[in-house]
Ligand binder design. Structure first.
Ligand SMILES: [Zn+2]
Ligand SMILES: [Zn+2]
Length: 129
């Protein structure tokens, strides 16, 4: 069975998951953009039973970013690592950028494209410079 490890920037929070992900997608929604300070966030989603903390769970804090959703981050370095929501019960989403490389996790789709900002180079397909 495939095993994947990940961590925050400072290495305090370490986590892993095993098995086949439910999805791997780039999200360009406004909420992810602001939370991560980035144009897009690539997420890998698994069942919570596939996920485990390896160390540093006490350094993880959850920020409620909407009525349904929470975003997990390292309280030492501030890295946003995790997402969970009552919209997707029994699931946890991890930022692929936090996974140890090399790995074979590749996004298959972009979601919330209607929220992609005009300033992102990812919008270039829809306009000319
Ligand atoms: Zn950290
Ligand atoms: Zn998003």
């Amino acid at each position: 069975m495939n095993q994947y490890q990940g961590s925050c920037m400072c290495g305090e929070v370490k986590f892993s998951f095993s098995g086949t992900p439910r999805f791997i997608k780039d999200c360009v929604c406004d909420s992810c953009r602001r939370a991560h300070g980035a144009s897009a966030v690539c997420w890998v989603g698994v069942a919570t039973s596939q996920f485990d903390f390896d160390s540093g769970e006490v350094s993880l804090s959850w920020y409620r970013s909407s009525a349904e959703s929470e975003r997990g981050f390292c309280t030492t370095c501030g890295t946003r690592i995790l997402f969970r929501s009552s919209k997707w019960p029994g699931e946890i989403h991890m930022a692929v950028a936090c996974m140890a490389t090399p790995h074979d996790l590749v996004a298959t789709d972009v979601v919330f494209k209607d929220e992609l900002p005009a300033w992102s180079a990812m919008s270039l397909g829809d306009r000319t410079l």
